[in-house]
Design a protein around this ligand. Sequence first.
Ligand SMILES: Cc1ncc(COP(=O)(O)O)c(C=O)c1O
Length: 158
Amino acid sequence: MAELQPINFTRGVPANESFPIAELIDAATAAFQHHGVAMMQYGPALGFAPLREWIAQWQGVQPSQVLTGNGSLELIEFLCRMMIRPGDIVFTESPTYDRTITLLRRHHAHVVGVPLEPDGPNMTALETALRKQTPKFFYLIPDFQNPRLAETVHATHV
Ligand SMILES: Cc1ncc(COP(=O)(O)O)c(C=O)c1O
Protein backbone atom coordinates (compact mmCIF):
# COMPACT_ATOMS: atom_id res chain seq x y z
CA MET A 1 0.00 0.00 0.00
CA ALA A 2 1.27 3.50 -0.85
CA GLU A 3 2.58 5.48 2.11
CA LEU A 4 0.25 8.29 3.16
CA GLN A 5 1.83 11.73 2.90
CA PRO A 6 0.58 14.44 5.27
CA ILE A 7 -0.68 17.62 3.61
CA ASN A 8 0.69 20.78 5.17
CA PHE A 9 -2.09 23.36 5.48
CA THR A 10 -0.10 25.87 7.54
CA ARG A 11 1.59 27.86 4.75
CA GLY A 12 0.86 28.66 1.13
CA VAL A 13 3.95 26.86 -0.11
CA PRO A 14 3.44 24.39 -2.99
CA ALA A 15 4.25 20.71 -2.43
CA ASN A 16 7.75 19.89 -3.73
CA GLU A 17 6.41 16.86 -5.57
CA SER A 18 3.99 19.07 -7.52
CA PHE A 19 6.77 20.80 -9.49
CA PRO A 20 6.86 19.49 -13.11
CA ILE A 21 10.67 19.67 -13.31
CA ALA A 22 11.14 17.40 -16.35
CA GLU A 23 8.41 19.21 -18.32
CA LEU A 24 9.92 22.60 -17.43
CA ILE A 25 13.36 21.45 -18.63
CA ASP A 26 11.79 20.41 -21.97
CA ALA A 27 9.83 23.67 -22.23
CA ALA A 28 12.88 25.81 -21.38
CA THR A 29 15.02 23.92 -23.90
CA ALA A 30 12.44 24.41 -26.66
CA ALA A 31 12.00 28.09 -25.74
CA PHE A 32 15.76 28.73 -25.80
CA GLN A 33 16.08 26.97 -29.15
CA HIS A 34 13.40 29.15 -30.74
CA HIS A 35 13.74 32.46 -28.85
CA GLY A 36 17.14 32.29 -27.10
CA VAL A 37 18.34 35.78 -28.08
CA ALA A 38 15.05 37.49 -27.22
CA MET A 39 14.94 35.66 -23.88
CA MET A 40 18.44 36.83 -22.91
CA GLN A 41 18.18 40.38 -24.26
CA TYR A 42 16.42 43.31 -22.56
CA GLY A 43 12.84 43.39 -23.73
CA PRO A 44 9.61 45.34 -23.47
CA ALA A 45 8.34 46.00 -19.94
CA LEU A 46 4.97 44.41 -20.72
CA GLY A 47 6.67 41.03 -21.21
CA PHE A 48 7.86 38.64 -23.90
CA ALA A 49 5.77 39.42 -27.01
CA PRO A 50 5.26 35.83 -28.32
CA LEU A 51 4.03 34.74 -24.86
CA ARG A 52 1.69 37.75 -24.60
CA GLU A 53 0.33 36.97 -28.09
CA TRP A 54 -0.22 33.31 -27.17
CA ILE A 55 -2.03 34.25 -23.92
CA ALA A 56 -4.12 36.85 -25.79
CA GLN A 57 -5.24 34.28 -28.37
CA TRP A 58 -6.04 31.75 -25.63
CA GLN A 59 -8.09 34.29 -23.65
CA GLY A 60 -9.69 35.99 -26.68
CA VAL A 61 -8.25 39.44 -25.96
CA GLN A 62 -5.75 41.78 -27.65
CA PRO A 63 -2.01 41.29 -26.89
CA SER A 64 -1.98 44.92 -25.69
CA GLN A 65 -4.32 43.82 -22.88
CA VAL A 66 -1.86 41.19 -21.59
CA LEU A 67 0.83 41.98 -19.02
CA THR A 68 3.19 39.25 -17.79
CA GLY A 69 5.31 39.41 -14.65
CA ASN A 70 7.22 37.48 -12.02
CA GLY A 71 4.43 36.08 -9.89
CA SER A 72 1.06 37.42 -8.91
CA LEU A 73 2.22 39.86 -6.22
CA GLU A 74 4.31 41.80 -8.72
CA LEU A 75 1.28 42.07 -11.02
CA ILE A 76 -1.00 43.10 -8.15
CA GLU A 77 1.54 45.82 -7.29
CA PHE A 78 1.48 47.04 -10.94
CA LEU A 79 -2.33 46.98 -10.89
CA CYS A 80 -2.40 49.03 -7.67
CA ARG A 81 0.01 51.60 -9.10
CA MET A 82 -2.16 52.02 -12.17
CA MET A 83 -5.59 51.89 -10.59
CA ILE A 84 -5.50 52.92 -6.93
CA ARG A 85 -5.59 56.47 -5.63
CA PRO A 86 -5.66 57.11 -1.84
CA GLY A 87 -9.12 56.38 -0.44
CA ASP A 88 -10.25 54.20 -3.36
CA ILE A 89 -12.35 51.22 -2.36
CA VAL A 90 -11.29 47.66 -3.18
CA PHE A 91 -13.37 44.60 -2.35
CA THR A 92 -11.73 41.36 -1.30
CA GLU A 93 -13.04 38.06 -0.10
CA SER A 94 -12.77 37.78 3.68
CA PRO A 95 -10.65 36.02 4.69
CA THR A 96 -8.17 36.54 1.89
CA TYR A 97 -4.44 36.52 1.20
CA ASP A 98 -2.74 38.82 3.72
CA ARG A 99 0.00 40.10 1.38
CA THR A 100 -2.53 41.39 -1.11
CA ILE A 101 -4.19 43.33 1.70
CA THR A 102 -0.76 44.69 2.69
CA LEU A 103 -0.15 45.89 -0.90
CA LEU A 104 -3.63 47.44 -1.16
CA ARG A 105 -3.13 49.28 2.15
CA ARG A 106 0.33 50.49 1.11
CA HIS A 107 -1.47 52.20 -1.77
CA HIS A 108 -3.93 53.65 0.79
CA ALA A 109 -6.88 51.72 -0.59
CA HIS A 110 -9.89 51.23 1.67
CA VAL A 111 -10.22 47.44 1.77
CA VAL A 112 -13.76 46.09 2.19
CA GLY A 113 -14.16 42.37 2.91
CA VAL A 114 -17.05 40.33 1.52
CA PRO A 115 -17.54 37.24 3.74
CA LEU A 116 -16.44 34.02 2.14
CA GLU A 117 -18.68 30.95 2.15
CA PRO A 118 -17.84 27.38 1.10
CA ASP A 119 -18.86 28.15 -2.52
CA GLY A 120 -17.44 31.68 -2.75
CA PRO A 121 -18.31 35.21 -1.62
CA ASN A 122 -21.69 35.78 0.04
CA MET A 123 -23.80 37.29 -2.78
CA THR A 124 -26.21 39.12 -0.46
CA ALA A 125 -23.29 40.83 1.29
CA LEU A 126 -21.78 41.68 -2.11
CA GLU A 127 -25.06 43.28 -3.27
CA THR A 128 -25.27 45.26 -0.02
CA ALA A 129 -21.69 46.46 -0.43
CA LEU A 130 -22.27 47.44 -4.08
CA ARG A 131 -25.34 49.48 -3.12
CA LYS A 132 -23.16 51.48 -0.70
CA GLN A 133 -20.02 51.95 -2.79
CA THR A 134 -18.36 51.23 -6.13
CA PRO A 135 -15.01 49.45 -5.81
CA LYS A 136 -12.12 49.96 -8.19
CA PHE A 137 -11.94 46.18 -8.38
CA PHE A 138 -12.82 42.98 -6.51
CA TYR A 139 -9.83 40.78 -5.65
CA LEU A 140 -10.88 37.12 -5.77
CA ILE A 141 -9.07 33.83 -5.37
CA PRO A 142 -11.11 31.85 -7.90
CA ASP A 143 -9.52 28.45 -7.29
CA PHE A 144 -7.49 26.62 -4.64
CA GLN A 145 -8.81 29.10 -2.06
CA ASN A 146 -7.86 27.85 1.40
CA PRO A 147 -9.34 30.09 4.12
CA ARG A 148 -7.67 28.00 6.81
CA LEU A 149 -4.18 29.06 5.75
CA ALA A 150 -2.27 30.93 8.43
CA GLU A 151 -1.61 33.62 5.77
CA THR A 152 -5.27 34.52 5.25
CA VAL A 153 -6.68 37.48 7.15
CA HIS A 154 -10.06 39.15 7.46
CA ALA A 155 -10.66 42.50 5.83
CA THR A 156 -13.09 44.92 7.47
CA HIS A 157 -16.51 43.50 6.67
CA VAL A 158 -19.26 45.25 4.74
C1 LIG B 1 -3.61 33.47 -2.68
C2 LIG B 1 -2.18 33.72 -3.00
N1 LIG B 1 -1.89 34.60 -3.96
C3 LIG B 1 -0.59 34.86 -4.28
C4 LIG B 1 0.46 34.24 -3.64
C5 LIG B 1 1.86 34.59 -4.03
O1 LIG B 1 1.95 34.40 -5.37
P1 LIG B 1 3.24 34.75 -6.20
O2 LIG B 1 4.37 33.92 -5.67
O3 LIG B 1 2.82 34.37 -7.58
O4 LIG B 1 3.50 36.23 -6.05
C6 LIG B 1 0.21 33.31 -2.64
C7 LIG B 1 1.30 32.63 -1.91
O5 LIG B 1 1.10 31.96 -0.94
C8 LIG B 1 -1.15 33.05 -2.30
O6 LIG B 1 -1.46 32.17 -1.33
